[in-house]
Ligand binder design. Structure first.
Ligand SMILES: *Cc1c(COP(=O)(O)O)cnc(C)c1O
Length: 330
């Protein structure tokens, strides 16, 4: 468990390094969902996702002596970018183990922050094993993507920021991968506000948090097939899951088609570019998965790192489908 004070301390540590991300509103989104909706734009955070908060808090919490040895992780995506970005700002040596089939864009982003790259295998298990091996051989500190108190506390600073920006909130929608993000936000909000509800959102085709939440114990997925690459986690963490069980009200599911349509809605109507993992919360609102009306609801846009070639194919698909958004209230 982490406490509210851990998150408050994290905020003190990272506040001069992070962007206070804006909150956007849209009348169209309000009328589509029959709620007052606020979008927390962590797609505009440094490195392109909220993961920068956790990575920064981890680095700043490490004893000075460890920091000089450097940090290592295994990630093809936002955690690797965030750690590389934090390392560049703090002058810490970072190594990121990436899969052999990593996309050119992601590789360029990690390299752009000056991190060392090592290619290994294709699965996250292979990458993480190699990162642990490097850690043991070199003394570099292994930085996990979600299952660590410093990471959870860093992500939780979003909750404190929301209270500053919006005051009382009725509900928050949070994407779930390994559940570092939702555990941090849950502790920050449920320990600070009365009557706030927390909903996790997952793709139907990567629903390990949903299954674990309903079963009351960790359920590991074998087949994961979603475009939301930040949410392709086989199961929640050993440290994050008890927090989910204690604080989260429910887990909602969205389909692949709903995710794509929502990305294009956000881009076209609101000029906001989010990646699939960042669009699931708004998808839950637009496609009526959220059991609320006339409430003040925050949707976390968790990241904006999207492959533009993939995006253009999703735009073609959605436009050919001729999908129209209809307002519930009209
Ligand atoms: C990592 C990530 C998530 C999921 O965060 P967890 O802490 O693993 O639950 C959601 N969205 C984006 C964009 C991410 O990079």
């Amino acid at each position: 468990m982490i406490a509210l004070t851990d998150i408050q301390n994290a905020m003190q540590r990272i506040s001069k390094w992070i962007h206070v991300t804006p909150v956007f509103t849209s009348q169209m989104l309000d009328s589509l969902s029959c709620n007052r909706v606020f979008l927390k734009a962590e797609n505009l955070q440094k490195s392109g996702s909220f993961k920068f908060r956790g990575a920064m808090n981890f680095m700043l919490s490490m004893p000075e002596q460890q920091r000089t040895l450097g940090a290592v992780t295994g990630s093809s995506g936002n955690h690797g970018q965030a750690l590389a970005c934090a390392g560049k700002l703090l002058g810490v040596d970072v190594t990121v183990v990436v899969p052999e089939d990593v996309s050119v864009a992601k590789l360029a982003a990690i390299e752009g922050y000056g991190a060392k790259i090592e290619r290994c295998g294709r699965t996250s298990t292979e990458r993480l094993n190699r990162a642990h091996e490097i850690s043991q051989q070199s003394g570099k500190v292994f930085v996990p993507p979600f299952d660590h108190p410093w990471i959870m506390a860093g992500q939780g600073t979003i909750g404190l920021e929301l209270i500053e920006q919006l005051g009382q909130i009725d509900a928050v929608l949070v994407p779930c991968g390994g559940c570092g993000l939702i555990s941090g936000i849950s502790v920050a909000l449920k320990e600070s506000l009365k009557n706030v509800r927390i909903y996790g959102v997952e793709p139907e085709q990567s629903n390990s948090t949903y299954l674990s939440f309903k079963a009351g114990h960790l359920v590991e997925l074998k087949n994961i097939n979603t475009i939301a690459d930040g949410l392709r986690t086989a199961m929640p963490g050993k440290l994050t899951f008890p927090i989910v069980q204690r604080y989260v009200d429910d887990i909602l599911l969205v389909s692949e088609s709903e995710i794509k349509q929502t990305m294009i809605f956000l881009l076209e109507r609101m000029k906001i570019l989010v990646e699939p993992s960042g669009a699931v919360t708004v998808a839950a609102l637009i496609f009526n998965k959220v059991p609320l009306q006339n409430k003040k609801v925050v949707a976390i846009l968790s990241g904006g790192n999207v492959d533009l070639l993939a995006l253009s194919s999703w735009i073609d698909e959605v436009k050919q489908g001729g999908i129209e958004f209809e307002s519930k209230s009209s």
